[in-house]
Design a protein around this ligand. Structure first.
Ligand SMILES: [Zn+2]
Ligand SMILES: [Zn+2]
Length: 380
């Protein structure tokens, strides 16, 4: 614990990292070290470390305290580890975390108590636009379900498992030993029923007494419009079947979104880059821009500089929570022509001006980059 790593270092970020950067780094690392994906021995430790760093740094209050006190926060009572209960805004992530690492241990429970089925995780890769507009699809997952034939009891229909006559249903046997120090009582799983507390005389022909069967189950999944890479969808009760009447676990679908050639996404906003010719930029023009849904016209004012952003309001991604949509940001890049005819070259030379004076009204207001460069050539 003494050599606990700095939270910023864990996420590979500087102290001034923005909330978005923290979230992004966390998602990347969480995916990398997720024990479902990463089978290295220290993956779980790293995953926990990343999660803890994220919990603290994503919460403004906790982050401020951490920046001030580091891992030893006098207000925390017991320094650092655990304790933090920051809730990220991914629904269900806490649950899945608990499912892999939490719980565990605990004493022997009643062998006949209903038992909740395991949670399952399924990773699904979807197209960029499917994430934007949502999608309904069907997936097939292998999962263990309660046996229909015997309704999960494991016994042949018409018969019932009988209470074990050796342990009387407790599933445990006491073994008494006389030792030089006195009598020792040990408990161990009942040898007659294997700890189940019940004995099946006639086994169910379908599940051979297990009470559960493996099935390839088709499940309908509705992916909501606006999901982003790394999002998780929880399908309650679609995990593995419970035992002895226990509820089924949940199914978590982790969404991976493919990159798009033209559009880039940042939360609900879309970014794209379009080329402009030098003439369009200088004289102004109206150009067509592809958006997620349609083509729209964009007016380029005369004298537009390369790298300028234009905003197409409401042309972004539908918000997953709440109403409305993000925007589309169009960055224009002026492309220098590489193939010119002789006539074009002559015109450009003429434009370049024998005396070096560009015919620009903008020079009255501010120095253009060309002017600045010319000045630099003259040593100013
Ligand atoms: Zn028994
Ligand atoms: Zn059965």
């Amino acid at each position: 614990m003494a050599d606990k790593r700095d939270y910023y270092e864990v996420l590979g970020l500087g102290k001034s990292a923005s909330g978005d950067e923290i979230k992004k780094a966390y998602r990347q690392l969480a995916r990398k070290y997720h024990p479902d994906v990463n089978k290295e021995a220290d993956a779980e430790t790293k995953f926990k470390e990343v999660k803890e760093a994220y919990d603290v740094l994503s919460d403004d209050g906790q982050r401020a305290r951490y920046d001030q006190y580091g891992h030893v926060d006098p207000n925390q009572g017991m320094g650092g580890a655990g304790g933090f209960s920051g809730n990220g805004d991914f629904g269900g992530f806490g649950d899945i975390f608990d499912m892999f690492f939490g719980g565990g241990g605990g004493g022997r429970r009643d062998p006949n108590a209903p038992q909740r089925g395991n949670d399952l995780q399924y990773s699904m890769t979807i197209e960029f636009k499917e994430a934007v507009f949502g999608k309904e699809t069907e997936i097939t997952i292998p999962r263990t379900e309660s046996c229909d034939t015997c309704v999960g009891t494991g016994a042949k229909p018409g018969t019932k498992p009988e209470t074990c006559s050796v342990c009387h249903g407790s599933g445990q046997q006491e073994v008494v030993q006389n030792t030089p120090f006195g009598r020792m009582v040990n408990r161990r799983a009942c040898s007659n029923c294997g700890g189940a507390g019940k004995v099946i005389k006639e086994k169910c022909g379908t599940c051979h007494g297990a009470g559960k069967v493996k099935k390839q189950r088709k499940i309908n999944v509705r992916i909501p419009a606006g999901v982003d890479d790394g999002a998780q969808i929880r399908l309650s009760g679609e995990g593995e079947g419970g035992l002895r009447g226990g509820p089924a676990g949940d199914l978590y679908i982790v969404i991976r979104v493919k990159a798009h050639d033209f559009f880039e996404r940042e939360n609900d906003d879309i970014y794209c880059e379009v080329p402009l010719t030098f003439v369009q930029a200088a004289l102004g023009d109206e150009i067509e821009i592809p958006t997620l849904t349609e083509k729209v016209k964009l007016k380029i004012p005369a004298g537009t500089q390369t790298g300028t952003y234009f905003r197409l309001k409401g042309k972004g991604v539908p918000k997953l929570r709440g109403y409305g949509q993000g925007d589309q940001h169009v960055k224009v890049t002026i492309v220098t022509p590489t193939k010119l005819t002789d006539a074009q070259k002559d015109l450009l030379r003429e434009f370049g001006g024998i005396g070096g004076e560009a015919p620009s009204e903008s020079s009255e207001h501010h120095e253009s980059i060309f002017d600045k460069m010319k000045k630099a050539f003259r040593g100013e």
